[in-house]
Design a protein around this ligand. Sequence first.
Ligand code: MG
Length: 175
Amino acid sequence: MLSQSIEGALNEHCKQEFYAAYLYLSMAAHCDAQSLTGFAHWLELQSQEEQVHAMRFYRFILDRGGRVRLQSIPQPPTEFPSPLALFEQALAHEQEVSSMIDALYTRAGSEGDHAAQAFLQSFIQEQVEEEKTATQIVETLRMAGDNKAALLMIDRELAQRVSTALTTAPNQRFA
Ligand code: MG
């Protein structure tokens, strides 16, 4: 059974993952409007991945006998000065999510909620990947600088991203 305090913190984090999905989708829409369709594709898949994360929190709260209380999702920014600025923002966001998950893990530990800690472990690992990927894209964009040809090459590379949302989406109700 979940404590009220952990239930509240998990509900809050569920909203944060939905906000991440919203943020990436807003970034995708912005890139699409700029004809950077590879960037848009990558960001749309990232948005889907964040929805999977949110649903994992949703499922975990319910599986533990808690109540899901969906919260308002803030409006994400809609304008981004450049692809570099956009990915710097994405990286900063992932770093923030990492520290929120760390704090949640510490809190679950202090309440002796080992099940919540075990659940959060995969997110701690996931954040290492998220920060690494965002950092790589930021660094590649910094190298490209004002070179439009290099930007288009990065756009084509990001277009290659393949969705893993279906294979990572856990629906273990009947498993
Ligand atoms: Mg996430």
